[in-house]
Structures are given as structure tokens and as C-alpha cells.
Design a binder for this molecule. Sequence first.
Ligand code: PLP
Length: 389
Amino acid sequence: NLRLSVRFADVGFSEIVRIRNRVLELKAAGETIHQFEGGEPFFETPEPIKEAMRRALAENKTRYAPSSGIPPLIEAIVDKVRAKNGIPAEPAHVVVGVGGMQGLYGAFNALLDPGDEVLLPSPYWTPTRDLIHMTGGRAVCVEAARMRAEGIETVLRARLTPRTRAILVNSPNNPTGQVLTRADLEAIAGFAQRHDLVVVSDEAYEDLVYEGEHISIASLPGMYARTISVYTLSKSYGMTGWRLGYAVAPEPFITGIKTSVLYSTNGVSTPTQWAALAALRDVPASFFEECRAAYRQRRDRLIAGLAELGLPVKPVPAGAFYVFPDVSALGGTSAEIAMRLLDEARVATVPGTAFGCAGEGHLRLSYSLSLEAIERGLTALSDYLRQRT
Ligand code: PLP
């Protein structure tokens, strides 16, 4: 009996953690590392949000709150998802959670019986697969490159079984930065409707779209009834450490997610919720414009630099803050390449295998860095590649 539950058998610390630990080791030894492996905004939390936190503390807003969220925050979220995402949510359809992570965990927890399958397009954000397994489900990897509107039906149908319950959508995507078009989303929505599947839509990077537009699949005709939409303040507002996100879904899903939140954390810290209210109410739209301009500049510089090194990023990612170049020309598996770059060029990246069945041959690099840091990293890469040939 001295063992973990079988739900945990296949769940470990991710490849990303292995790289991060090695980075910490090297830094502790005094090395300078060019850190492209991260997943955080490069800017700090805006002042109005920090001020709201200080105010909440001064006003002793520090007691238990309703476990699904304080009413004014729920109201602000309803206003936001109606206006920005086109989702016809009611206040009862919202639950505040500890980051996007708890929203996703709650979604799968609420949805999956042991052995239920979720179609998981790869490359995917690594924890998604683990969350599905931890909640008793089975992630079925689908190669997303072939999942654009044209080929979607064939690709997905091949993976469909009587146990398929749901399909994951993550646009803009981590790690590829790809943004699904309306046609892509309509094709997925049609498939979900024809085969009676639930859609779990991870929209963590909704505010970071540089070309085209972010579309929430729950806003498409007939889709709200079968979609769980998951959001977070982490990436949009530079709030990764605050741990606040939210999920939006109709019944019966929302009650399941609320129960999952209740019995795991009993809600998000009360003062943090008041700070989140300020994020949604007081941070002007111009803030996102400025962030997007800064990210676009960084993306274009990194892509141009990688292309000069023979590492093309195609197609150019329209969202999030990652590039996912094909590095197979460097020889070896992506895990070997990532370790080699770290040990020999002091450039930290994440190997593609971390992102599922379609990840091998690629590395993920974040461009959420200062322009100077991107420049220094490109120089280190260039020196290393030149000396190898
Ligand atoms: N979804 C995606 C695709 C992400 O990349 C992340 C964070 O890296 C999250 C969800 C969850 O973020 P958090 O739990 O910080 O809100």
C-alpha cells in the first residue's frame, strides 16, 4: 500500500522543470545564462493593481470570501467576457480560481470519469496532459499541424472512440504561438457538435495577439452549452505570481468546477481578488496595446535573428510570446539539443518533446525578455553555431 494512486503513475515533473533546475544550478555556480526557457511577461504588475492590493489590506479585506469569488469580481468578469469574448455568461456561470491552472484542473475534474478520453492537439502546454491524467482521464495526442480547418475532420475522427468526452483548444497556443482563425474554430466546433463533445478552451494568451483576432470558441453559434472557457490574469497583466484566473461555463460543468475549487483551495485569497477587480476595471485598453507593440518588436527581432542562424520560424506565430523553430538540422533529439545549448552556449530553451507527440525536432524559446537580452542570446547562439562548423 505504500504507493501513489494509479492516477499519478504517468504524471511527473515536466521537462521544463528539468531545464529550470539545470539553469538554477548553473546560475548558482556563477554562470550567466541566456534565459529563453521562461513563460512569464517581461513587465511588472501595473501600479493600479498593486495599489488595490494595499488598499484591500488596509481595509482588512482579509477574511473568507465566497469560495467561487467575491461578487464584484464576478460581475467584472461577466462584463469582460460578454464584451471582449462574446460569451453570454451569467454571474452563476463564473468561478474564480488559483490561476488558469485551477480552472483547467477543475474543468477536467468536473468532466472526466476514469478512462474518459480528451483529444489533445500537440504541441500543447505540458501540464494539460498531466492534468487530464491526474483527474483520471486519458490524453489522446493529435498532431495539431494537420488540424487546421481543411483537414480537421479526418484527423480528429481517426482518434475518436466511444470514450472520447472532450477536445482541448488552446489559441493563442503555447508553445507555437499559433492563433486559430474563425474557420479553424468553426471546424472544431462543428466536429464537437456532430460528435457531442465538450470543448475545454484555454485562453491564457487571449490578449497577446499581434495579427488577426482572438476568437473564443464559446461565442460561436451553439457552442456555449458545450464549452468550458478558462482564463487567467497571469499573462495579460504580468500577474503570474498572484495566482488568479477564472473559468466560465454553463451548467452542469460550472457546479462541478466550483466544487473542485471549494474542496481544493476554498477560493483565491481575498485581497488578491480585490486586486484582480482593479485589473479588470482600472487598467486601460491602451495598456494591452503597449504590451502588444513591445512583444511584436521582440518577436520580430528573435525570428529575424534565428533565420540568420538557419533556424527558420514558419509560419510566423501571431500570438503568445513563444517561437517554436525546427532545430532538427542541429542533430540529435530536441532534449539533447536543449541540454547541449544550455551546457555549451549557456542558452536555455525547452525541448519540443515536452509538448507532446508533435513536438520533437523543435525547441521553444520565449521572447518575453528585454531586447538587449534577446540580442545577447542571439550572439551566444551564433558564436556557438559558428564554432561547431
Ligand atoms: N494555459 C497556458 C497555455 C499556459 O501557458 C499557462 C501558463 O504558463 C496557463 C494556462 C496557466 O497559467 P496560470 O496558472 O499562471 O494562470
